[in-house]
Design a protein around this ligand. Sequence first.
Ligand code: DC
Length: 225
Amino acid sequence: MNISVAIDGPAGAGKSTIASIVADRFNLMYINTGSMYRAVTLMCMRNNISHIMVADVCNLTNSLDMHFDGDSLIVNGEDISEEIRLPDVSNNVSNYAAIPQVREILVTIQQAMANKYDVIMDGRDIGTVVLKNAPFKFYLTASAEERAKRRFDELNTKGIAVEYNNILNDIIKRDYVDSNREINPLRKAKDAIEIDSSKLSINEVVEIISNHIKKYIKKTTEGEI
Ligand code: DC
């Protein structure tokens, strides 16, 4: 039995924290697709390749050897997990993620991972494009203010000085770009279960998702699916 779990939703809805816990619980490989778009952005920025230099962006994307080691993303042998979270990358990633050819390259890699392993994958287009046939699709939301507060607290804990209002504006801007780009915009898949996490704890969301997975595993082992 091959398990694929798709989690979509806007920036800061808690997808990565929750997906990582669920992955440990069910022994799934956690694939954070936002990190992959961030990796492309970071590598382009390091090489002074702007998002309008599409051919160069694609060449560089094709040259990247990406794999996940637990929650860490290793690119060409380097652990870039911390660096891709810096505000400079966050402010630019939507531009690179909007390039259709980049999406095509990364979606192909993501689908190959899901064919090979039991996965839980989070992003914006997982239920609608990458894992259209996943037996589980979740759409995780929270208000923009709550999401900005969470990201502010997270960066503060890491000692990175940021302004709450800048984070909120960045989230609102990214929501707009992610939801309005022409290719694979952020959308809830018709068959996705929507969970608003504004007033739920991490554990409560983990339990909701885990219960769906447990029910499915029980049904498949009893031969109903
Ligand atoms: O989840 P995140 O904030 O780390 O995502 C970074 C950016 O990548 C964000 O602007 C949306 C984009 N993204 C995307 O377009 N498709 C995905 N499957 C995942 C992320």
